[in-house]
Write a protein that binds this ligand. Structure first.
Ligand code: PEP
Length: 259
């Protein structure tokens, strides 16, 4: 039986004051979702604030990205050893908002998949659980390319690092057309894609396929979380906008309790 995980991606939002309020609101209710793994992803300038607030709770924290390099002349980047300094348990890798940014400077999606596989290996080596985000763009969705996009990254990650390494990772299906649009995928659609991801891994290693947590992300709110989480291959959610509101985020965590 896989444990549910709910991850809150704050993106570039927050301030010291609003974070304090948000953290207090979540911590106050955390006994009501103690059977669920919960992790928060603040902007990295607030890592210390989040670490101090969560260190004596069951809640975990991490960053929204990491560099594939250990140190050096990479302005604006953050390394895995730095994440270790702040007690991060998780890191988001390959979020579509990062992909779009890099695509703008000319990297194609295939090269990005290789970079994501490198970042994933660096996180695993540092003992940090990577949450690898995968999802099709609106155009790819229209063209029926969902499985092709997902298979490409899953295959590269397995080829570069071996299937066993995946047992220390989390996957997140995040259709780009559903992120921040208010148009969540239906539970049935998401289930079909999650099942495809699990089967792809199953061919290499049934045990890893059974144990890996696969999250759904894309406009999850308090009122649509339960039907999504009730699907057999959906093991929780990666939450953007709704993770900025304590009541809404708590509702989502509670929906994962009985999943
Ligand atoms: C995300 O940023 O990963 C995300 C799923 O955002 P939202 O929940 O706002 O769609």
């Amino acid at each position: 039986m896989r444990k549910a995980l709910v991850a809150g991606n704050w993106k570039m939002n927050g301030s010291s004051d609003s974070n304090k309020h948000l953290l207090e609101g979540i911590i106050k209710e955390s006994a009501s979702f103690s059977s669920v793994d919960v992790a928060l992803f603040p902007p990295s300038v607030y890592l210390q604030q989040v670490q101090e607030a969560l260190v004596s709770t069951e809640l975990a924290w991490g960053t929204q990205n990491l560099s594939q390099f250990e140190k050096g002349a990479y302005t604006g980047e953050i390394s895995a050893p730095m994440l270790n300094d702040f007690g991060c348990s998780y890191v988001l890798i390959g979020h579509s908002e990062r992909r779009c940014l890099y695509a703008e400077i000319g990297l194609d999606q295939l090269i990005l998949d290789y970079i994501i596989a490198e970042k994933y290996a660096v996180a695993i080596q540092a003992g940090i659980t990577p949450i690898i985000c995968i999802g099709e763009s609106p155009e790819e969705h229209e063209q029926g390319k969902t499985e092709e996009v997902i298979a490409r990254l899953v295959d590269i990650v397995i080829a570069q690092n071996g299937v066993q390494a995946l047992s220390q990772a989390v996957l997140a299906y995040e259709p780009v057309w559903a992120i921040g649009t208010g148009k969540s995928a239906t539970p049935e659609w998401a289930q079909e894609v999650h099942s495809f991801m699990r089967e792809r891994i199953y061919k290499h290693d049934p045990e890893t396929a059974e144990s890996i947590q696969i999250l759904y992300g894309g406009s999850v709110k308090g009122d649509n979380a339960a039907p999504l989480f009730s699907m057999p291959d959906i093991d929780g959610g990666l939450i953007g906008g709704a993770s900025l509101d304590a009541d809404e985020f708590v509702k989502i965590c509670q929906a994962a309790v009985s999943y």
